[in-house]
Design a protein around this ligand. Structure first.
Ligand code: ATP
Length: 235
């Protein structure tokens, strides 16, 4: 579904991604794990065309998207939920959700249909739909950011550190929703510091170290890999 080949990203003189290659197959949950600064966010942002690529080839559903613009990528079916949620705090919950749909008007399905699906998953968003998004807790804002991404009816969702700063109860809820994405046919590329939890719900994973993929395999295999355990699983 998504194929990333030999991706190089620079910030000025900093070579942040050094020939990163990986793939995500339809229906999978794939996670990228790695320490702070390894290049996880840069990988997601270059897929969404939010930062420029120096070189590399990106393909999505057999189309070359290397040169596509951010709004074209969204229209093709890739949605990103950014690190730190970035909801519009002064707008209501409902207006935040509607902004998601605004990015990709789809005449086949009305906003009401997709809102119903989102409210089923996140009842709190319906209860608080007229409330300012800035008054929601961190976990509720994460739900809103995920709901907003769902409004674009994505085929592939990119999640950047969804569990960051959340209480254990919310972390559990967010991970349930990620598993549910897979069940409803949305493919997931997940970036997580919480490697333990991420590997438990993923099919496959890649380990990034200073801009390079140093390991990959089934999530089950990586969970029992001694090097991964020592470096990322607190064992
Ligand atoms: P984190 O979990 O801390 O966000 P990460 O694995 O997502 O880490 P990136 O944020 O992709 O890593 O950063 C990769 C490298 O690029 C790091 O060395 C970082 O310092 C650098 N970098 C990221 N953004 C910028 C920027 N806007 N300007 C300069 N350097 C940057």
């Amino acid at each position: 579904m998504l194929n990333v080949k030999d991706l190089n990203v620079f910030y000025g003189n900093i070579h942040a991604l050094k020939g990163v290659s990986f793939e995500v197959k339809e229906g999978e949950i794939v996670c990228l794990i790695g320490a702070n600064g390894a290049g996880k966010t840069s990988t997601l942002q270059s897929i969404s065309a939010l930062i420029p690529k120096k070189s590399g080839v990106l393909r999505f559903l057999d189309k070359d998207i290397t040169k596509a613009k951010a709004h074209e990528i969204t229209k093709m079916g890739i949605a990103q939920v950014p690190e730190g949620r970035r909801v519009f705090t002064d707008l209501s919950v409902l207006d935040n959700l509607k902004l998601g749909a605004f990015a990709v008007k789809n005449p086949r399905e009305s906003d009401e249909d997709i809102l119903k699906v989102i409210y089923e998953r996140f009842p709190i968003l319906e209860e608080r739909k007229n409330q300012r998004a800035g008054t929601l807790s961190g976990g509720e804002q994460q739900m809103l950011a995920m709901g907003r991404a769902m409004m674009t009816r994505p085929k592939l969702i990119l999640l950047d550190e969804p569990s960051m700063g959340l209480s254990p109860l919310f972390v559990e809820k967010i991970f349930d929703v990620i598993k549910n994405f897979k069940e409803i046919g949305v493919t997931v590329l997940l970036v997580e510091q919480n490697a333990n939890l991420a590997l438990k719900i993923s099919d496959r994973a890649y380990v990034l170290e200073t801009g390079k993929i140093v390991k990959s395999g089934s999530a089950k295999k990586l969970l029992s890999d001694p090097i991964v355990k020592a470096a990322y699983l607190g064992a």
